[in-house]
Design a protein around this ligand. Structure first.
Ligand code: AHR
Length: 320
């Protein structure tokens, strides 16, 4: 193996120094998934801003939700000889070959917001939240909220095969484990979009006595929750009261819903994944310092008690 590994081993010996420095004169390819959610839009905006502030030439490719487009984009970045690649992988599997190609070309790859099932040797680091923990926080919040009451839960999953869909499901199940009164009665993908969230929620409501049999909705992101809230209202029920709503991301619109009493809780996912990624690249470029394999971002729970109007005002201009 070439330069990448040689520098990597040298810096592992030197310890995990992590000095944020400018990474000017770098060309970085970014393969973004698409624009399925408000959170994704904010991540795109922030990545472009962060690149500009640091004088990085960012080559942006929108994969429109298709892994094959992401693989093509990565190959094109490799052919162009970029200094590094950022990729937000739409699904967790199927990355080995193209990651090997990047490694052979000595181009470090950083995963943003989602993980892959490839060997850790094939990428430099992953900047992500603890996706299992997010789901667990949501589940624990709901268990506490409903107490001893029987509660039938419907779940809107993210994109099938994506790491947040897999991990947020697992985490939520862990969060409600030991509470026999809480049961997931229906679970289906809403692909992280408002439209599908609404569509699938409509089918859940129809199948469950117009929603009378549903006590709570757990959505793997806020956008699906916002779509589902609309479906609940159209079914003549009160979201947030008749059906509790808990989701993940903390996008501005969910705070408006919380302010109106139509959503109950959300777990924040920062859209600034690029900042830590560019810091890691700058340090690597400067003296070969390797970042840890996982740069973990924070996950914070917000409820209606957290002044949702104020949080909405803070977040609304941030690119969501
Ligand atoms: O990978 C992060 C997830 O992808 C966000 O929670 C969701 O909104 C997005 O589509």
């Amino acid at each position: 193996m070439k330069r990448f590994t040689a520098l990597a081993s040298a810096t592992v010996l030197a310890g995990l120094m992590f000095t944020p420095v400018m990474a000017a004169d770098m060309t970085v390819g970014f393969s973004q998934i698409g624009s399925e959610s408000g959170w994704r839009a904010a991540e795109t905006t922030l990545t472009k801003q962060q690149a500009e502030e640091r004088g990085i030439d960012l080559k942006f490719a929108d994969a429109q939700q298709k892994q094959e487009n992401q693989i093509k984009a990565l190959r094109s970045f490799i052919a162009q000889g970029v200094d590094a690649i950022l990729v937000a992988p739409v699904v967790a599997t199927g990355w080995d070959e193209v990651l090997e190609e990047a490694k052979d070309a000595d181009i470090p790859v950083i995963l943003l917001d989602r993980t892959v099932d490839s060997s850790k040797d094939l990428y430099m680091t992953a900047v992500t939240s603890d996706l299992v923990h997010e789901g667990k926080v949501a589940g624990e919040w709901l268990a506490k909220e409903v107490g001893d009451k029987d509660c039938n839960i419907v779940e809107l999953q993210g994109t099938t095969g994506s790491s947040p869909a897999i991990d947020r499901k697992k985490g939520f199940e862990e969060g409600i484990a030991g509470h026999a009164n809480l049961k997931i009665i229906r679970s289906q993908t809403g692909d992280f979009t408002r439209t599908k969230g609404k569509e699938v929620m409509e089918s859940f409501l129809k199948a469950e006595d117009g929603g009378k049999n549903i006590c709570a909705l757990y959505a793997h992101n806020d956008d699906m929750a916002v779509g589902a809230i609309q479906a609940i209202k159209e079914a003549g029920l009160k979201p947030g009261t008749d059906i509790k709503v808990v989701s993940i991301d903390a996008v501005p619109d969910i705070f408006l819903a919380m302010e109106n009493g139509e959503a109950n809780a959300t777990v924040e996912l920062t859209p600034n994944m690029a900042g830590p990624a560019f810091d890691a690249l700058a340090a690597y470029k400067k003296d070969g310092t390797m970042p840890p394999k996982w740069i973990q971002t924070e996950s914070k729970l917000y409820t209606q008690a957290d002044d949702p109007k104020a949080v909405y005002e803070e977040k609304k201009g941030l690119g969501y």
